[in-house]
Design a protein around this ligand. Structure first.
Ligand code: ADP
Ligand code: ZN
Length: 610
């Protein structure tokens, strides 16, 4: 493979590269992993912003192995520590964790190992930093680095805020000589600044990695019959795949999960209202079994390190682009094609606007939230490339339309909605901004309902002036007017629509508006039921999966900890029949070669002989 010339300049980087190959079984760094690793090895601090799946872990794992002493990884995700540590142990790395799931005897054992210099990596929960005991423990040990994972948890503005993270500023004062690396996938400027100040990382070098996730296909469609639309999507494209479905309410996650079970899918609910045992069990199944669908509120997913999540579906609109991006980012970490699929409708917009109005934050906070929701709505309604819009929200420019989002694949049609918009705004005005969308549409369409007669709305000039559009078309007009901020939703009046200042020009005829033409979703172009390459022999693939499953079961780890799907695929294509050839497969380091090589090589040989 490409032999780096580090050898001459930096022996530490040469050993970093050796470790990459011999321990992790990867042939090369993904830039800027190498630069980050070099900084940390040199004892500098770093702030790393990298999208989910970008490869943050290696950035501290390798320096922790190279540097003298133990690397301490602070992570709020104690449910994942066990798997992270098991995965490292399988690679031959001396790793352990300290969190509330351990009994005192086990914890003491690990503390002893730390002090005696027998660990390369220690994962620890942030609340431990409240204990003087922990700080003393670190003082008594040799620490090679502190890695602060999910560093955006220090941000009081974000929804992942953890008060314990604020304590981490201590690290700089107590251990000035130990390098610190803070990592997050949350990109916005404000969070970045907060991380730097709160963690005293002003001197740290920043590494910002492009946020694009080219293997994820973004699709946002109009909701008309949510369940049927979703079922079709699953059956057509993900009949056997693992995925995550996000819903807004706890109740809905359960409804959807049980409904999917009835439709024959292996689906499980996950939300903060379930007992810790059930949540842990469902998360474990999601990680360990294949093809499990988790139906969750946003309580699920932070730091879920499952590489083969093939789709993320949103049945409700996320509140911000940040959440949307973070949640969809859980798909396709392994780099193989994955879908980010969402449906939304006017009702979602109204519900979210109401939730925000009703929340008890400050006015400033509410305004900020509204602003973020508007950006999310903008993304839903655009007719140009969604990826370009997403990236530009995070301050990046993508020169060309991506070719892998619904807007690129099936260009949306627009129509001149100026006249319709004016009718919609004026009926809102003439009914004194006191009615919701259904009634307004009735008036426009000239309906003769009790409510219309009750309020004398059959006498309005607006009554019956909108017969040219049907109910769905009018809903589309109203939705887009709300989404673009011409109309707002009045909470006090149960979803009554109100005019916003910005609608004046449109009402007066000084401005025109292009609206998106909503189409009933056509059968989507098939991606593939699995991400298998065409030349893969299914029988061999299944045999390798079975071999992997047996090892995983034996060792009590998820299958992907043994080998990723991509490694199995490589085996199917390259057909390694001896240990030497097997060692070339991505993800095969020395330890895995020795442990699993013979069994997998035999499976391949048997298959070829059959
Ligand atoms: P993050 O923490 O940024 O979400 P991870 O550290 O979990 O991402 O890495 C995502 C995936 O990419 C993992 O499966 C990891 O093994 C793989 N990976 C990371 N770095 C490399 C590399 N240099 N070569 C090949 N695969 C890599
Ligand atoms: Zn696109």
């Amino acid at each position: 493979m490409d032999s780096p010339n580090y050898t001459v300049y930096c022996p530490a980087m040469s050993s970093a590269h050796d470790i990459l190959q011999s321990v992790f079984g990867f042939s090369s760094f993904r830039p800027p992993q190498d630069q980050i690793i070099e900084s940390i090895i040199n004892g500098d601090d770093a702030l790393v912003l990298m999208p989910t799946g970008g490869g943050k872990s290696l950035c501290y794992q390798i320096p922790a192995i190279v540097r003298d002493g133990c690397g301490v990884v602070i992570s709020p995700l104690i449910a994942l520590m066990q798997d992270q540590v098991s995965a490292l142990k399988l690679l031959g790395v001396r790793a352990a964790f300290l969190n509330s799931t351990l009994g005192p005897v086990e914890a003491r054992e690990i503390e002893r190992a730390l002090i005696e210099g027998q660990l390369d990596l220690l994962y620890i929960a942030p609340e431990r930093f409240n204990q003087a005991h922990t700080l003393k423990l670190f003082k008594d040990s040799r620490i090679s680095l502190f890695a602060i994972d999910e560093a955006h948890c220090v941000s009081q503005w974000g929804h992942d805020f953890r008060a314990d993270y604020l304590k981490l500023s201590l690290l700089h004062e107590l251990f000035p000589e130990v390098p610190r690396i803070a990592l997050t996938a949350t990109a916005d400027e404000r969070t970045r600044v907060e991380i730097k100040t709160r963690l005293q990382l002003n001197e740290a070098e920043q590494f910002i990695v492009g946020f694009d996730r080219p293997n994820i296909r973004y699709r946002i469609a109009l909701k008309h019959n949510a369940k049927q639309q979703f079922l079709k999507f699953l059956r057509d494209e993900h009949a056997v795949d693992a995925g995550i479905v996000y819903c807004l309410s706890r109740k809905k996650t359960e409804d959807i999960a049980y409904w999917l079970q009835a439709e024959g899918f292996n689906a499980l609910p996950y939300h903060a209202g379930l007992s810790a045992d059930i949540r842990a069990d469902h998360q474990r199944k999601f990680l360990r079994d294949e093809g499990v669908i988790i139906v969750a509120t946003i309580a699920f997913g932070m730091g879920i390190d499952k590489p083969d999540v093939r789709f993320v579906a949103h049945l409700d609109l996320p509140k911000t682009i940040e959440s949307y991006y973070q949640e969809t980012g859980r798909a396709g970490r392994d780099g193989a094609p994955a879908n980010a699929w969402m449906i939304y409708g006017l009702q979602d917009v109204i519900k979210l606007r109401q939730m925000m109005e009703g929340s008890d934050g400050s006015e400033e906070h509410k305004r900020a939230e509204q602003h973020r929701l508007n950006a999310m709505l903008g993304l839903c309604e655009i007719t140009s490339c969604r990826r370009q819009a997403l990236l530009s929200y995070f301050g990046e420019t993508l020169q060309q339309a991506c070719g892998n989002c619904d807007c690129c694949l099936e260009p949306a049609q627009t129509w001149d909605g100026t006249e319709a918009a004016r009718k919609a705004l004026s009926v809102t005005y003439r009914t004194n901004q006191r009615f919701g969308v259904n009634h307004l549409i009735d008036v426009l369409r000239g309906a003769e309902t009790n409510k219309i007669f009750q309020f004398d709305h059959h006498l309005l000039a607006s009554h019956g002036i909108g017969k040219e559009l049907d109910n769905n078309q009018w809903r589309s007009v109203f939705r887009q007017l709300v989404a673009r901020g011409y109309l707002s939703v009045d909470l006090e009046r149960f979803g009554a629509l109100r005019l916003e200042e910005s609608c004046r020009a449109l009402l007066r005829g000084e401005e025109s508006i292009q609206l998106r033409r909503d189409i009933k979703q056509k059968a989507a172009k098939r991606q593939t039921k699995t991400s298998l390459a065409p030349d893969v022999d299914i029988a061999l693939w299944e045999a390798l999966r079975e071999c992997r499953r047996l090892f995983a079961e034996d060792q009590g780890v998820p299958p992907y900890v043994i080998f990723h799907d991509s490694s199995l695929q490589e085996m199917c294509v390259n057909l390694p029949q001896d240990m030497n050839a097997f060692s070339e497969v991505t993800g095969v380091g020395d330890r895995k070669l020795e442990k699993y090589g013979p069994a997998f090589v035999r499976v391949i040989a048997d298959h070829l002989a059959a």
